[in-house]
Design a protein around this ligand. Structure first.
Ligand SMILES: Cc1cc2nc3c(=O)[nH]c(=O)nc-3n(C[C@H](O)[C@H](O)[C@H](O)COP(=O)(O)OP(=O)(O)OC[C@H]3O[C@@H](n4cnc5c(N)ncnc54)[C@H](O)[C@@H]3O)c2cc1C
Length: 433
């Protein structure tokens, strides 16, 4: 009988999980030292920080990666499905049945065994139980939500354009974004750019669009130094985006967003981007310890209280030693944690010790549309070096390039970048379908 081959199961192929599966596939899968399996609830991957571009329709479709093809090229197995539970005693995960749009079950509930399990399912928007948010707001947590938003945006633009032409409406189109973190700020700038492009393309019946950001804190981008938050604020004001800071949302209805001071903001489109949590089904997952936002508590080697289960990326709560609080839920943290846990798992198979995770904060960058980016670099290493404009734009792009290099290697990343440049010059800059 053949020896038992070590089964590594990775749940969630996002910024962290796909890099991990690719790395372990090459290092352990290719020489046959372990069986690597990646499970994801979607069949394709888009790097999450690009989702605001999907939502506004400015992203090239070429940025999407087919998990099956990636798995084939990198010696791991891909499974399509959504994890819904865990049985630690049997060392198996439980995957929901797959049904079609009519609710007919196509694949029944399944279970999959593991020797080592890595949870990397990311996060979802935290609605804090506020009345009407789930029902009336749009979210940009997943690729399908971002595409849904983009479709609704295009339809709304066409309807507004017709209403303007036929003098049925004289109010501007109103978009309210709740939350002034990177997601809300980047989306507002991207939507502003889309509106300008539509005017350039000459969409009949010119559309006036009012974009408003509502934020509970008194400054934008609380994670950035105040000087940069101020610079961002000035840029957004220049773009004509309305900023309502220090306003707590109390209710969202079909037509408006209400704040604690009694103001009512009429809104045709409402986007919720105020804070994150790990998915609710992860709360105390089969006895594993979780925090108030459902993240799995991990030690400095990214291991949970179960020796066979690790957690990385947004769904993990890992103390940021020496800084107070936890490692922030960012793409750079996901990238660094994937590299560390890959080394630990390789060591584990050789009977060597786990590798401790040390988070290096290389700063934060926020894209405000084409060639306008603000941020701080090298946060804790060099003190804050503030950057802006074109340099920041190039550094912002390099964060994505690092992710691409981790999953495609240098040569393919260079080819993809080139082909994308050609594609962008030949195609429309926004998607209108
Ligand atoms: C619009 C937007 C802009 C952002 N911009 C930035 C930025 O500029 N810089 C930055 O550092 N960070 C940014 N972030 C945050 C960054 O995207 C996340 O921190 C990062 O993606 C976390 O990586 P992850 O692997 O933990 O999760 P994700 O990348 O979210 O991946 C999670 C994966 O798990 C899968 N999954 C979820 N549930 C299940 C399940 N039950 N079963 C199977 N699979 C499942 C999902 O389909 C997904 O593929 C942004 C986020 C958003 C939404």
């Amino acid at each position: 009988m053949a020896d038992h081959i070590h089964k590594i199961l990775i749940i969630g192929g996002g910024a962290a999980g796909l890099e991990l599966a690719t790395c372990l596939g090459q290092q352990l899968g290719k020489p046959g030292l372990a069986e690597i399996t990646l499970l994801d609830a979607a069949s394709t991957h888009i790097w999450k920080p690009l989702l605001h571009e999907v939502a506004s329709g400015t992203l090239a479709e070429a940025e999407e990666i087919e998990y099956l093809a990636q798995a084939h090229r990198n010696h791991f197995r891909f499974l399509f499905g959504r994890m819904e539970g865990l049985n630690r005693e049997a060392k198996q995960i439980i995957v929901s049945p797959i049904t079609n749009k009519q609710g007919i079950e196509l694949i029944p509930q399944r279970t999959f065994k593991y020797d080592t399990l890595v949870m990397s399912v990311g996060s979802v928007s935290n609605t804090f139980g506020i009345n009407g948010v789930d029902r009336n707001c749009m979210f940009i947590d997943t690729t399908s939500q971002a595409y849904r938003f983009q479709k609704q945006l295009v339809e709304t633009y066409y309807i507004q354009s017709y209403a303007n032409q036929s003098h049925q409406r004289d109010k501007p189109l109103s978009i309210v974004i709740v939350g002034a973190g990177a997601t809300g700020v980047e989306l507002s700038a991207e939507l502003h750019q889309v509106t300008k492009l539509l005017a350039t393309y000459g969409l009949e019946g010119s559309i006036e669009v009012n974009i408003t950001i509502i934020e509970a804190a008194n400054q934008l981008l609380p994670a950035l130094p105040p000087r940069l938050s101020q610079a961002t604020q000035e840029q957004l004001v220049k773009l004509g985006i309305n900023l309502k800071l220090g306003r707590r949302v109390t209710e969202v209805t079909e037509t408006a967003v209400h704040t604690h001071d009694g103001e009512v903001f009429d809104a045709d489109l409402k986007v919720w981007a105020a804070g994150i949590k790990a998915p609710d089904w992860m709360k105390n997952l089969d006895g594993l310890e979780t925090n108030h936002i459902n993240q799995l508590l991990v030690d400095q080697t990214l291991k949970t209280s179960d020796d066979n289960i690790f957690a990385i990326g947004d769904c993990a709560a890992c103390e940021w030693v020496g800084h107070g609080g936890n490692v922030p839920p960012r793409a750079q943290a996901a990238h660094q944690q994937a590299s560390t846990v890959a080394k630990t798992i390789v060591n584990r198979l050789k009977g060597k010790p786990a590798v401790p995770f040390v988070y290096h904060d290389y700063g934060s960058l926020v894209s405000l549309g084409k060639f306008s980016t603000v941020g701080s670099l090298m946060g804790s290493l060099m003190g804050t070096v503030s950057v802006g404009g074109f340099i920041a734009y190039v550094v912002y792009l390099s964060l994505y390039k690092m992710h691409q290099v981790a999953i495609h290697g240098y040569f393919r990343t260079a080819m993809l970048t080139l082909s994308n440049l050609f594609r962008r010059s030949a195609h429309a800059k926004i998607k209108m379908h």
